[in-house]
Design a protein around this ligand. Structure first.
Ligand SMILES: NC(=O)c1ccc[n+]([C@@H]2O[C@H](COP(=O)([O-])OP(=O)(O)OC[C@H]3O[C@@H](n4cnc5c(N)ncnc54)[C@H](O)[C@@H]3O)[C@@H](O)[C@H]2O)c1
Ligand SMILES: CC(C)[C@H](C(=O)O)[C@@H](O)C(=O)O
Ligand SMILES: [Mg+2]
Length: 365
């Protein structure tokens, strides 16, 4: 079956790592006889520079006509003083998530055994490895609640964001998380702030109710501050984490760092699953445009390449191709290839730039 994907490289290291992911796509298309056409479009700061808007109508139309979006990353110092609504993040990334109903953000945090030295967490704390799936609610919570903005309070300037979750929003992300746990080690940790926030009290109630439908999954709850701490103290005890938009944003970066680098972790942002078990989705690295290393050709492309693998798996159903990419990446790391962010100068490691590590992945595909 023929598929179309919209490729949105974005800003900073986005285009650099996307070029490498597209090389991998070409390779698996040939190897697994996949019919996938990919069209590239401007988004974020690159689109602002071109047409003054971060999400041009033709980019959105191309996404609507596709089976999935492969996204790089957007934003950077050049655009951060623009009015908030036309900045790359709030004017393109968040609207794309909302427009396509991408409520389920899956962020796997996996520390390959060979990368334990790249993690800043002491080896003995993650000696059993680290493999956690963060299921982050992505289209609700404080990111999207209203009212939002500036107003006057008690005679002075104030700013407001509103954290709101409807029961149905919590229920649907809970089902995603429980199902994911069923496919893994059957342990789910729900993270909230129910000792302070009304939203979290409802969150906890709904998670408990949904849990009754998944008696095979062991559920526990943690407050977010404690969760941030426990993730460092006893990372291997976690299996699946489910949480709201803001807490998931923060905890997933923490998980990425425990795993070694943001540059290793992909993510999938999914809409409702269709009758074929597939869903429309947007796939992007968990990290951002990394302005500090952009333009040098040294960024780690693995997160982008693994995001492509998630796209093939969840939106196209090309499971064999996805498995092959995951295996080639693991083998490349096993064989010692390292970009700067995961290089620990140990024996057997070869420092590689963005293109060289992709060459190694392609050789192993
Ligand atoms: N999905 C997205 O588009 C997305 C996500 C996060 C941040 N951002 C945006 O990116 C810009 C920079 O944000 P930031 O600096 O807070 O976060 P960042 O994730 O871009 O960078 C944080 C650190 O991680 C490193 N890093 C990230 N990805 C890497 C990779 N592939 N290889 C090697 N190192 C990598 C960076 O060099 C940097 O030191 C901001 O404008 C932010 O809003 C975009
Ligand atoms: C860039 C920003 C809007 C985004 C978020 O907060 O969701 C990013 O940090 C992420 O994790 O995808
Ligand atoms: Mg983030």
């Amino acid at each position: 079956m023929a598929h179309t994907i919209a490729v949105l490289p974005g800003d900073g290291i986005g285009p650099e790592v996307m070029d490498q992911a597209l090389r991998v796509l070409d390779s698996v298309k040939e190897k697994f006889s996949l019919e996938v056409s990919a069209t590239t479009h401007l988004v974020g700061g690159a689109a602002i520079d071109d047409s003054g808007t971060p999400l041009p109508a033709d980019t959105l139309a191309a996404c609507e006509a596709s089976d999935a979006i492969l996204f790089g990353s957007v934003g950077g110092p050049k655009w951060e003083n623009l009015p908030p609504d036309i900045q790359p993040e709030r004017g393109a990334l968040l609207p794309l998530r909302k427009h396509f109903g991408l409520f389920a953000n899956l962020r796997p945090g996996v520390c390959l055994p060979q990368l334990i030295d790249a993690s800043p967490v002491k080896n003995e704390l993650i000696s059993e490895g680290f493999n956690v799936l963060c299921v982050r609610e992505l289209t609700g919570g404080i990111y999207f609640g209203t009212p939002k903005g500036r107003e006057e309070r008690e005679g002075e300037e104030a700013a407001i964001d509103t954290m709101v979750y409807r029961r149905s929003e919590i229920e649907r992300i809970a089902h995603v998380a429980f199902k994911a746990a069923q496919g893994r080690d059957k342990r789910l940790t729900s993270v909230d702030k129910a000792n302070v926030l009304a939203v979290s009290v409802l969150w906890r109630e709904v998670i408990e109710e949904v849990a009754k439908q998944y008696p095979d999954v062991t559920l526990d709850h943690l407050y977010v501050d404690n969760a941030a701490m426990q993730l460092i103290r006893r990372a291997p005890d976690f299996d699946v984490i489910v949480t709201g938009n803001l807490f998931g944003d923060i905890l997933s970066d923490e998980m990425a760092m425990i795993s070694g680098s943001l540059g290793m972790l992909p993510s999938a942002s999914l809409a409702e699953i269709d009758e074929k078990g597939l869903s429309f989705g947007m796939y992007e690295p968990s990290g951002g445009s990394a302005p500090d290393i952009a333009g040098q050709g040294i960024a780690n492309p693995v997160a982008q390449i693994l995001s492509l693998s998630m796209l093939l798996r969840y939106s196209l159903g090309a499971v064999e191709a996805a498995d092959a990419i995951d295996a080639a990446v693991a083998k490349t790391i096993e064989d010692g290839f390292r970009t700067g962010d995961i290089y620990s100068k140990s024996e057997g490691e070869t420092l590689a730039n963005t293109k060289e590590i992709t060459d190694a992945i392609l050789e192993r595909l």
